[in-house]
Structure formats: structure tokens, C-alpha cells
Design a protein around this ligand. Structure first.
Ligand code: ADP
Ligand code: MG
Length: 497
């Protein structure tokens, strides 16, 4: 090669390496810009989900105000404040064998309890829990109830022959809104939590089950139709008569509490021997402009089977938390390639379950291997540690908001019944030492609360923040495992005795 040619080749090599370097620098700049975009999305999420205690107190006030409005007139509030016709709760002297069938949002449960006539003699003899086959959620009422009756029949068959000569008394724990006409009858108002059997709306739920039991010639009597929160309250009260509120955090979320009948203004003339009645709030439908709503919530709602409905539930229910997290990750994956460039499952609704959110959130391995595994299952492989940390942060933001809003909901009920230390929003006159300091037990159950430690901790922390240290000492939150079903069976027992 001549001198000129060598010089030319050397110059060309310099040019090539310069342009390679330029490309690399360009890429780095681009990827830094993309990372900045992702960080921006996280920042926006954090701001939109922010729940300082001042904001929570506004939610507390709104809950109390809506409770009043819902009690004042039918349709007076998004909170339906439904009558349950439960005015006596089990006290511990109940005796006998009782059954409960619980249709939740994800699971159905069947159990049998034996009661010996004193509190300590509560024997849960058999419990079954199965996922609700998903095809039933949008089948027909006949298919659904035939399935439930068939499941009950199999449950009873396990007892063997001759275990019961008399009719079996059954509680039907039903975790959807019902307009009761008595404790054992009520019409479905609407479905929630993804159920869609439209022909069922307006039908008597207990009658549907009784009909299906009769068709199978099962000698079982649907003695009570019980909202799951009312079941949890019953078990709470059975163990501790200071229990006046119950909340469920499972697939969805709801609360009930013991109300004075004279405060249920929309049902004037309602008389009960106890002077009180359990009110099913259906708080999943609570709404207030003070709730911190994000664009992800808006999209989730719009694409759900029940748009413009159950706004509070969609921020705190187990069915939804996973999908909010998924939507944030999806948005990030659209502005950058940090979640890879191959097609993932991230655009599939509800593919990320809240169980996985808690597993990622509570992943304590140094390399966040659980996060990596779950992302891989979603078709997102080889994400660096930095990105895994980002995912944990998203889970934290979404669940922290949920836990804190849940606490505001509970504090709202306490405020309404004058157990928040402020004497209630309408009765400043009745403020007294004793009223302020009455011990109050809140029974809590549901898969989200029982299994997601961080959700539980955020909720309990926020409750203390809202109520203050002093009042908090009088408010006891008690977990009730399987409370909905066991408590419903106890309630049926208390009706018989
Ligand atoms: P149901 O709502 O059918 O009565 P549960 O009360 O058991 O049933 O709640 C089930 C829901 O709880 C699940 O759909 C899920 O959203 C949530 N959940 C269950 N286990 C966990 C977990 N380990 N982490 C987070 N959420 C969970
Ligand atoms: Mg439940």
C-alpha cells in the first residue's frame, strides 16, 4: 500500500471510530432522556397519589357527610346505606350445628360450625374454599345457583349418613349489594367485582339459592341472607361486644356498622327491640372530589364492566390494585425500552394480580429475584436491578394510597358514630369524656388485609395519624379470619335461639 493509501485508510478509521463514538454518545443521551421520561411518570404518579393527613381528613369528613345523606333519603348519596334487618348480633350462648355458603368476588366458601352454648365453644368443623370458576361470573343465575347447590350437596355428602336428621340451617353470605325486605330475603341491586349476570338483577337472592337447593332435594333452609361485612361484624361481636364496625378488604371492599334506628331517617317508623340495626354501607361506591385520582384510575374505570361505579372500591380493592400497577408499568414501557422491546403481556387487563404486587413489594432478596420472576412471567425478561426497584416503588405508591384511603374510610365511620374523639359531626353538644373514650373494635377481614402486610401497615399507620395517639388507644382493629362465613353461621344460630 502506498503512503497516500495508508494515510487515507488511517483517516477513514478515525472517521469511523468518531462516528461510532458519536452514535454511542447519542444513544446514551437518548437512553438518559428515556429514563428521565420514566422518572417523570413515577413522579407524576407519586404526586397524584399523595395522601397527606390533611387530605385524608377531608376524605374522613366526606365519608361522614355521605353517611348522613345516605341515611336521610333513598338515593340521597352514592353510599346506599342499606338496611340489613339485623338488629341482634350473636352473643355467645348459641348452640347447635349451622352452615354457611359464602359467595365472594374470587372465592366461594362452605363451612359448618358447631356451637356449644358458650363463647369458647366455637368449633369450625369443616371449611372448603374454592376459586369461583370464571365462566360462572357471566353465565345465568340458574347455572350459578345450580353450581352452588351442587357444591353444597357434595360438602354435605362428606358428613356421611345419618349425621343430621333435621333440616340444616344455612346462612348465605353474599358480598354484593342487596335491597333486603327481611333478614332472609333481598333483591340484587347490581353486580360488582366483574360479575355480569344481568338477568339476575332485581331477583331475590335467597330465593334463587333455596330454589336450587330444592331442585336437588337438599333438606337445607336458607335462614339468612348476609352481607359479608355483616358476617365479619357478627363474629367480631360474638368475641367482643365492643365491636361496632366491620370492614372487608378482599377482591372488593365494603363496610357495615351498628346504627341507631332513629338515625335511619329514610326508614321512619322502623322499630327494633334493640333500638339499632346493622347498616351495610356499600362503601365501595363512595366518591368524593378529595379522593386522589390518577389518569390510570380513570382509564381503569372506563374500561371496566361497571364504569362510573364503585370508585372507592377501584382504588382500594384487591381486584384493582394489580391493574393500576400494570397500567403504570405499561405507560413506562411505551415511553422507553426499559421493559424490553419484545411484545409482553403488559397490555392485557388484569394480567398482573394483586398477589403478585404484594410479592414484588415485599421481595426482600438483595437482587429482587421475585420481582424479576414475576416480570418474566409477564413476558418482560432481563430487567436490570434499577428497573426492578422502580417496579417496587410503583407497588408501594399504589398500595400506600389504598391503605391510607382505607383508614380514612374507617375514621369516617368512627366520626359518624362519635367514636373518633370529636363527638360526631352533628352532635357537639353530646361531646363528653365517656363518649370520647369508649373502646371501639373494628373487625376486619378479607384476603387483601390478611395477606398483604404492607397494605395492613399503611392502613393502621394512617388510622393513628388521623385519630391521633390518644384516641387511637381506644380503637382496636381486629383481624377476623374467615369472619364473613363463620359470623354468618353464628348469626343464623342467634336467630334460632
Ligand atoms: P373474596 O373477595 O372472594 O371473598 P378474599 O377475601 O379471600 O376473597 O380476597 C381475595 C382477594 O384478596 C384476591 O382476589 C386478592 O386481590 C387479594 N389477595 C389475596 N391474597 C393476597 C396476597 N398475598 N397479596 C395481596 N392480595 C391478596
Ligand atoms: Mg370476601
Amino acid at each position: 500500500m502506498g503512503k497516500v493509501a495508508v494515510a487515507f485508510a488511517a483517516a477513514a478509521a478515525v472517521i469511523v471510530s468518531c462516528s461510532v463514538a458519536a452514535v454511542m454518545v447519542g444513544r446514551r443521551v437518548k437512553s438518559r432522556r428515556k429514563w428521565r421520561g420514566v422518572v417523570e411518570i413515577l413522579k407524576e404518579l407519586e404526586e397524584a397519589c399523595d395522601t397527606p393527613v390533611g387530605r385524608l381528613r377531608q376524605v374522613v369528613d366526606a365519608v361522614a357527610v355521605e353517611m348522613h345523606a345516605g341515611l336521610a333519603s333513598e338515593g340521597g348519596s352514592k353510599l346506599k346505606m342499606l338496611l340489613t334487618f339485623v338488629h341482634h348480633l350473636p352473643i355467645g350462648t348459641e348452640k347447635g350445628t349451622y352452615y354457611a355458603l359464602h359467595l365472594g368476588g374470587t372465592y366461594f366458601r362452605i363451612l359448618r360450625v358447631l356451637l356449644g352454648g358458650e363463647r369458647s365453644y366455637l368449633d369450625v368443623q369443616d371449611v372448603e374454599r374454592h376459586p369461583i370458576p370464571s365462566h360462572l361470573m357471566n353465565s345465568t343465575s340458574e347455572v350459578l345457583f345450580n353450581f352452588l347447590a351442587f357444591s353444597l350437596e357434595r360438602f354435605i355428602e362428606k358428613e356421611g349418613n345419618g349425621s343430621s336428621s333435621s333440616q340444616r340451617e344455612l346462612a348465605f353470605t353474599f358480598s354484593f349489594p342487596v335491597k333486603h325486605s327481611s333478614i332472609s330475603s333481598g333483591a340484587l341491586i347490581k353486580w360488582t367485582k366483574g360479575f355480569e349476570i344481568s338477568e339476575m338483577v332485581g331477583k331475590d337472592v335467597a330465593e334463587c339459592l333455596q330454589g336450587a337447593l330444592n331442585r336437588r332435594s337438599l333438606d337445607m333452609h336458607v335462614a339468612a341472607l348476609v352481607n359479608d361485612t355483616v358476617g365479619a361484624l357478627s363474629l367480631g361481636y360474638y368475641h367482643d361486644p365492643d365491636t361496632v364496625v366491620a370492614v372487608v378488604f378482599g377482591t372488593g371492599s365494603n363496610a357495615c356498622y351498628l346504627e341507631r334506628t332513629d338515625a335511619i331517617i329514610k326508614s321512619q317508623g322502623l322499630l327494633t327491640t334493640s333500638g339499632s340495626m346493622v347498616v351495610n354501607m356499600e362503601w365501595g361506591n363512595f366518591w368524593s372530589s378529595h379522593l386522589p385520582r390518577t389518569s390510570y384510575d380513570i382509564d381503569l374505570d372506563a374500561e371496566s364492566s361497571n364504569p362510573n361505579d364503585m370508585g372507592f372500591e377501584k382504588m382500594i380493592g384487591g381486584l384493582y390494585l394489580g391493574d393500576i400497577v400494570r397500567r403504570v408499568i405499561l405507560r413506562m414501557s411505551q415511553v422507553s425500552d426499559i421493559f424490553g422491546t419484545t411484545l409482553s403481556m403488559l397490555s392485557e387487563p388484569y394480567v398482573l394480580r394483586t398477589n403478585s404486587v404484594s410479592a414484588m413489594h415485599e421481595d426482600d432478596t438483595p437482587e429482587l429475584q421475585e420481582v424479576a420472576r414475576i416480570l418474566k412471567d409477564l413476558g418482560v425478561s432481563d430487567v436490570p436491578l434499577k428497573v426492578r426497584k422502580l417496579v417496587v416503588k410503583i407497588c408501594d405508591v399504589v398500595t400506600r394510597r389504598a391503605g391510607r384511603l382505607a383508614a380514612a374510610g374507617i375514621a369516617g365511620i368512627l366520626k359518624k358514630i362519635g367514636r373518633d374523639g370529636s363527638g360526631g359531626i352533628t352532635s357537639v353538644r353530646s361531646r363528653s369524656e365517656t363518649q370520647m373514650q369508649k373502646r371501639t373494635v373494628v373487625a376486619v377481614e378479607g384476603g387483601l388485609y390478611m395477606n398483604y402486610t404492607m397494605f395492613r401497615e399503611y392502613m393502621e399507620e394512617a388510622l393513628v395519624e388521623i385519630l391521633g395517639e390518644e384516641v387511637s388507644q381506644y380503637v382496636v382493629v381486629k383481624a377476623m379470619e374467615d369472619g364473613s362465613s363463620i359470623g354468618s353461621a353464628l348469626l343464623v344460630a342467634s336467630l334460632q335461639s
